[in-house]
Every structure is written in C-alpha cells, then in structure tokens.
Design a protein around this ligand. Structure first.
Ligand code: ZN
Length: 357
C-alpha cells in the first residue's frame, strides 16, 4: 500500500515536471508572457515611447476588458522629447470604498541591450493579467482590486509618478487606497522575495503626505505564500545588508511614489541576496547560474575574479532577459514561478479581509 502510494506520488510529480518542461500546453499566465515578450508570438521589446509600447498597452487593455473590468486609459507625456505613454487602469468593483492596487510596468529597456523584457517585466504583467482574470469583476463586494499597467518605468518611473500625482489631486480617492503591490521582475531570479518600503524615507517629490513604510501588506503576502507554497517554497524577506535592514527595498521601481503618498506597499522580486555581487549582497545579482557569469565561484557565491567579471549574474536589462534563453538556462522555472504567484494571489485576494486585519 505504502509503495503504491509512493509510486502514485512519483508519477504525479513527473506529470508536473513534464508540464513545466514544456511538453504540455503551457499555463495561461505563461501564454500571456509569450504574447508580451516573444516577437514570434506577439510583441517583444517594448521601449517607452515607442509604437511597440503603445501596442502593448492596447493588448493589456483589451484583455482586462474581456474580464469584465472597468478599463481607463491614462495618457501622459514624459521626458525632454515629450514622448507619449499610457497607464492602463482596470477596476474590479469601482463603487467599493476600499481599493487595493496591483501594479506592473509593461515597458522594457530598448532592444539594443539585447533584452526582450521577458522577466523585466513581461512576467509581472502576465501574472497581473492572469490574477485579474481569475478574480474577475465581482470577487469581493467590499473591496476594489485595481490593476495598473504602468508605462515608461525604465525611463524614470514616469507612469507611476504620473498616476500618483493625479491621485493626490483627489484626496477621497487617495484615502480609499489601502495598499499597493508592485510586480517588477517576479520570475527568473533564484529566490522570490517580498519587500516593504525602506524605513528611511525615500527622497519624495513632496512632503505633502506622510511617508509610509508599513509592513502590513508585505506580511499578508508572506502569510498567503506560506499557506499556498508551504514552508519550503514560500516567499521570503532578504536578510539585512549595509544600508538595508531586513526585508526593505529602495526607491528604484513603481512602488516608490506610492510609499511617498502615504500608502503601504509590497514589492515582489525574484533575485538572490545570498550572492556577493558587484557591490556586495544587494540583490542585483539574480542567479548563481554560470551562464550569467564570466566565471562563477560556487563556493564563495561570487565572481571567480572580481576585477574581470563582466556579467555578475544579472538577467535584467541584458541579453539573458529573453524567454528562449531563460528556458535553456532554467528549464521550467519561469512557468513554475508564474503559476505559483498566480496561486498565491488567488489565496490572498480571495481572503483579503482575513489577511489584512
Ligand atoms: Zn522593471
């Protein structure tokens, strides 16, 4: 009996593995990623201010409309050359008095760096779409889930800064926003972390609103991940390193303007804080995979030669941020990380009152 059970378990495991190795139909969230970041299947590089970025905005808006959400285009102009971009905003229940925002930037760096923006940030947008689809329009009567695809993040958080600026102009709406979760590079790296805003305030554009480094939404997300993924695979917080207490992050992505507007934030990021990278243990090196290093010293988790190292285990903004390359380096990883994120958010959003007391 026991042996039979073990065999059944083994075969179940192997079915799972083959799904992630690409032998079966990919999951919906993974198909979204293909449409966003694989040129033959959809778009590819989506540099801010280009027609590819605009095409991506239209694709995202059309999908969100299909789920029965109220979709708004929020166009804005940015930079010295007055380039155009757009935030796509979708509400599940606009009449509710409490709003929780899930945001992900959809632009990528320019193709000249060789990046197609698969993990940064096609993965974040794909997961946001799959979660929005799962939750639909009537998931919770008391809470509005607002999904925002930000434009022009890579050029200086243009979309999120513009969004928050508009938000500040309507105090009632701002007061309704209970939390913001940022998806930026949620797959590809070795370990999935959740951060809260740094305890030392960011350099905010104005001091009009009290800076918020509350950890409530980060901790809610950690609990939901433990429930869904178990103690072994749950999301984690990074250990303390110089200048950064345990579990906090800097102002380099779309969560920053929200923390500056007094909103509790959480930021999901797949990287590897155990690596001694170019500037130490700062999470910029995302993986121990030797393909992403000139030479990786697996004993000391660092470069073999710190002077000669060229790549430092970085995927973002490099030629490694290409879905085909990523699947060769990490068979099954990207799809698995995306599926897990969708499952964690299904748990969190379906039981939001329990997790956010
Ligand atoms: Zn990014």
């Amino acid at each position: 009996m026991k042996k039979k059970l073990a065999l059944a378990l083994l075969s179940a495991l192997s079915i799972n593995y083959s799904a992630y190795a690409g032998n079966n139909e990919p999951s919906e969230v993974y198909q979204y990623l293909q449409q966003l970041a694989v040129p033959e299947k959809g778009i590819g590089a989506r540099e801010a201010g280009t027609k590819e970025e605009q095409r991506t905005a239209d694709f995202i808006a059309k999908e969100l409309e299909k789920f029965g959400l109220a979709v708004t285009y929020q166009p804005f102009v940015f930079g010295k050359n007055s380039l155009k971009s757009t935030n796509i905003i979708a509400d599940s229940n606009p009449k509710a008095s409490k709003t929780i925002i899930l945001g992900a930037h959809y632009d990528s760096t320019g193709a000249e760096k060789g990046s197609l923006g698969a993990i940064d940030n096609g993965a974040g947008v794909a997961a946001m779409l799959a979660i929005a689809k799962k939750m639909g329009s009537t998931s919770n009567q008391d809470i509005n889930f607002r999904y925002i695809a930000f434009g022009a993040e890579e050029t200086g958080l243009e979309g999120s800064r513009y969004y928050v600026k508009q938000l500040k102009a309507s105090p009632d709406e701002l007061a309704n926003i209970k939390a913001m979760i940022n998806f930026d590079t949620i797959a590809g790296g070795d370990i999935v972390y959740v951060h809260s805003a740094h305890t030392k305030p960011y350099r905010c554009a104005s001091k009009e609103f009290p800076y918020n480094s509350d950890t409530s939404i980060r901790n809610a997300l950690l609990s939901a991940s433990t429930k869904v993924l178990g103690e072994k695979d749950q999301y984690t917080v990074h250990p303390a390193y110089p200048g950064y207490p345990e579990g906090v992050t800097g102002s380099w992505s779309d969560h920053a303007p929200f923390a500056c507007a007094g909103i509790p934030i959480a930021y999901v990021e797949a990287t590897n804080f155990t690596i001694n990278g170019e500037e130490g243990y700062d999470g910029y090196s995302q993986t121990t995979n030797p393909t992403t290093w000139s030479c990786f010293d697996s004993k000391n988790l660092s470069a073999c030669d710190r002077k000669d190292e060229k790549h430092w285990g970085k995927i973002w903004h490099t030629k490694f941020d290409n879905l085909e390359t990523l699947n060769q380096m990490f068979p099954g990883r990207i799809e698995q990380q995306l599926d897990q994120t969708v499952a964690v958010f299904d748990e969190l959003f379906s039981n939001i009152n329990k997790y956010m007391k």
